[in-house]
Design a protein around this ligand. Structure first.
Ligand SMILES: [Fe+2]
Ligand SMILES: [Fe+2]
Length: 193
């Protein structure tokens, strides 16, 4: 349903389970980065009215996710740590060449966002199914649904604003590239690690 070419090895959850503090810390920043992405799209592309409207809603939703994760960290007696580097995203966003028309740049950013949402959703699903900590498993189930909706929204915007065939081709190529990145991942207690 998400179009991902390489599923995460479920053994990744065993790594996560050994360090819940680490996954929650990394996750908190993922939600914060999702909030920043939505704000940044508004700043960069104010003339896309429908996008701006949806990004306003998304900012609120992602910041509420950040609070949910932050609350979990507090409940467990921890304090939010420093931001973790997301090697997955760093690699992913080098795929499309820089530059091009404004529409092209917008489409590329929407496709990156769609894919990050899709992979996050896949990881959340795995956590919801495999975590022995049932409270946390339920937590990830509820978030999984939100991220699936975001994935669809970003991909639909890319298809609406760009040329449909071109966008579909770019999406397919990006999925293939992402699977290559993923081959070396699944070994760290971070959301995309
Ligand atoms: Fe989120
Ligand atoms: Fe999201």
């Amino acid at each position: 349903m998400l179009g991902l070419k390489l599923p995460t090895d479920p053994r990744w959850v065993n790594i996560v389970e050994k360090n819940i503090e680490e996954i929650l810390t990394d996750h908190a920043y993922c939600e914060q980065k999702a909030t920043s992405t939505a704000i940044s799209l508004i700043v960069s592309f104010p003339e896309y009215t429908e996008l701006v409207q949806e990004m306003i809603k998304l900012v609120k939703e992602e910041v509420s996710h950040f609070k949910m994760v932050h609350d979990k960290i507090i409940e467990r007696g921890w304090v939010l740590g420093r931001d973790r580097k997301d090697d997955y995203v760093v690699q992913l966003i080098t795929f499309f060449p820089k530059g091009g028309s404004r529409t092209t740049q917008l489409v590329h950013r929407l496709l990156y966002a769609a894919l990050i949402e899709a992979r996050s959703c896949e990881r959340f699903k795995l956590l919801s199914e495999e975590l022995e900590d049932k409270e946390l498993a339920d937590f990830y189930r509820s978030l999984m649904i939100s991220e699936a909706n975001h994935y669809t929204m970003f991909l639909n915007f890319a298809r609406t604003y760009g040329d449909r065939n071109e966008v579909d081709k770019k999406w397919e190529d990006l999925l293939v590239y992402e699977a290559k990145i993923m081959k070396d991942l699944g070994n760290k207690e971070t959301i995309h690690g």
